[in-house]
Design a protein around this ligand. Sequence first.
Ligand code: AMP
Ligand code: MG
Length: 418
Amino acid sequence: MNDQAETASCADNHNPGLLTMDDARTRIVSSIEPISEQEEVGLWGALGRVLAEDIHSPIDVPPYTNSAMDGYALNSHGVEQGATLQVIGTSWAGKPFAGRVETGECARIMTGGVIPDGADAVVMQEVVQREADTICLQRPVRAAENVRPAGEDLAAGARVLGKGQRIRPADLGLLASIGVAEVTVTRRPRVTIFCTGDELRAVGQPLKKGEIYDSNRYTLYSMLERLGVEIIDLGVIPDQPAALEKAFGEAMKGSDAVITTGGVSVGDADYVTGMLEKLGQIDFWKIAIKPGRPLAFGRLGEGRFFGLPGNPVSVMVTFYQFVQPALRRMMGETPPPRILLQIPSATPLRKRPGRAEFQRGILETGEDGTLVVRSTGHQGSGILRSMSEANCFIILTEESSGVEAGELVSVEPFQGLV
Ligand code: AMP
Ligand code: MG
């Protein structure tokens, strides 16, 4: 088919044909080598880091058989409803009872307390009648009732976390629960960023006619910060070849990746692609995606180069679709499944066939309690407010020519829960 011929030929540098979004992502990600250097980090510094090793539990969790309830530990064999038992001691959490529970006896026990020798069950305190040092059972007791066996959560030697996993809050807790104080993680990528544009001013400065505030560096910086990379920020570089060459030279030093915004189109002040061609290696791609069609991808020094478009929404869309998966691979992370929901659109959505579109949407609960998605409105690639208001992308395929109200659309939520 025509489409395929076009896609295949797009591997050539500067080919004006359009590469499909999935194809572009696959090519970029598969060309990335994971960082091989590793480092040891303590648990407090491990959140968000990517494990470079499998973790096996050195101990049983829980380490001893214990009570799931506040109550009385006893031997369930031969005790019947109405039996009276002598309370001979107490097993507190952290302070076990040293004696042995014999027939006709029981021990007071707290949640998390060690089950004393001779006992095999715990009866809840709510179902006994206590009088002085005896209890009277109000109902029969089953063996193992309210008992959490040693190793119930994890057996010693079991694999608890895998190489390539990004450490989340539950994982940190899990590591602590098995007594692991340090883990081996992949070194964080060093990512150099700068924005290009003569019109860009820093916040805090007054704007002259024709100037705008540089917002891309803030979105780019924070997307990278969330990802957990080390950021080297070179600021705003004017649209002058000499200034750009200096910035490229600086960025080349020790960066695993360089990310720029602006200057990758075909305007008279767009020098980024040319500079990459001069100082590095370039694959300049036009991708069938809206917003964000031009993307300069290549190598600079030892690192990878991502020249993102200048429009603020394009920066974010191309970052999430291409740069983030590439950096995650660089970090050694096993890619998590992509979460795409099929949700009815609250309104008709306009679109022309040809490019995949990342429209900004608001996912909300409709009157009947089910999810619907509505557009944030005007979808210009310069309208950053649309990203700020949105909580999801509405992804429309290349072929799509729009949808009617009520039709299902693919929705990619911005936020994961944990
Ligand atoms: P360019 O890709 O350099 O042609 O830029 C495309 C559009 O994005 C222009 O309207 C620029 O003014 C705008 N733009 C470029 N860089 C930034 C930035 N750092 N912050 C906000 N807008 C930008
Ligand atoms: Mg520009």
